[in-house]
Design a protein around this ligand. Structure first.
Ligand SMILES: [Zn+2]
Length: 197
């Protein structure tokens, strides 16, 4: 299957979920194919669908936000995350003030719940439906990456035409591709063609 076909399918179902970290998948809502930029976020609805795939849903149905607000905020958070993560990876000390604004807009309350086996668990649930509440868990993932992440494990796919990111959780830390199906095989096929010539 061609990468453009795979990415096209992904475009229909949403951005790739192969970053192994929510902060990486946030950056992967922008991709590239044949030098062409692919934007997975073009509307509030696309952002909402993306969030829902990570179980981030509005606290209550029916409440409306100003049209386009979620999209604008989500893209701003993504641009901020890209800058912070790149600086972090480059050994610079990132400017944290702006990220704190997203974190502080994420109002949650501790909530005691029972899991399907009846065990008690303590979780936090969002207390509002604002875009800040929806993007809060994403901002938190970015913050967690900056606090707990290992710089060497924050990687970008080695394929020259690919800009996807991932957090390398493999045991040997030798992951090189966003996915074998997308870029690993493209690379192998290119090597095979080289050998044949
Ligand atoms: Zn790739």
């Amino acid at each position: 299957m061609l990468i453009s076909e795979i990415l096209h399918n992904e475009t229909e179902s949403g951005a790739p979920m192969l970053g192994d970290h929510l902060a990486m998948d946030l950056l992967n809502t922008e991709a590239r194919d044949n030098g062409q930029a692919i934007e997975f976020w073009n509307s509030d609805a696309q952002v909402l669908r993306w969030l829902a795939r990570y179980d981030i849903t509005p606290a209550s149905e029916g409440k409306t936000m100003p049209s386009g607000e979620l999209l604008t905020q989500a893209k701003a958070l993504r641009a901020l995350a890209r800058r912070l993560i790149t600086e972090f990876k480059d050994g610079k000390s990132p400017e944290i003030g702006e990220l704190n604004q997203y974190l502080q807009a994420f109002l949650t309350a501790p909530t005691l719940e029972r899991d399907p086996n009846g065990q008690l668990m303590l979780s936090r649930i969002s207390r509002s439906d604002s875009s800040g509440a929806l993007l809060g868990p994403v901002a938190e993932a970015v913050a967690q990456l900056l606090v707990e992440g290992h710089v060497a494990l924050i990687k970008q796919c080695e394929h020259p035409d690919c800009i996807l990111w991932f957090y390398d959780r493999t045991k040997a830390h030798k992951r090189r591709w966003c996915s074998m199906a997308l870029c690993g095989n493209r690379y192998k096929a290119a090597q095979f063609r080289k050998k044949k010539q």
